[in-house]
Design a protein. Structure first.
Length: 100
């Protein structure tokens, strides 16, 4: 049986990698992938604590987080495709306005 501390360390490592990606990168695709890493680290914590506490609520919340992450990725990629068609940029520094 794997101890709970290993899951927490894995989750913390994923969270730190995700935060580093969000804070240091300019490419929007990399930023989106880093946000997904952060959400997955939260899912690992939810499922691990749910298992160790013998309660299904953490696993239910993890399913909701996965659903929200999928919707966020779909909307963000749609916005990114529209932005690339209009301006031909994918760097976060070069985007100044979002006009319709």
């Amino acid at each position: 049986m794997i101890p709970l501390s290993w899951y927490i360390m894995l989750s913390a490592a994923l969270f730190i990698i995700g935060m580093a990606g969000v804070l240091t990168r300019r490419n929007i695709l990399i930023i989106l992938m880093s946000i997904e890493l952060i959400l997955n680290s939260a899912n690992i914590n939810l499922v691990a604590f749910s298992y160790f506490l013998q309660d299904l609520r953490g696993q239910v919340f993890a399913i909701f987080v996965m659903t929200i992450a999928a919707a966020e990725a779909a909307v963000a990629l749609g916005i990114l495709v529209a932005l690339f068609r209009n301006r031909a940029v994918v760097n976060a520094d070069e985007i100044t306005t979002m006009k319709g």
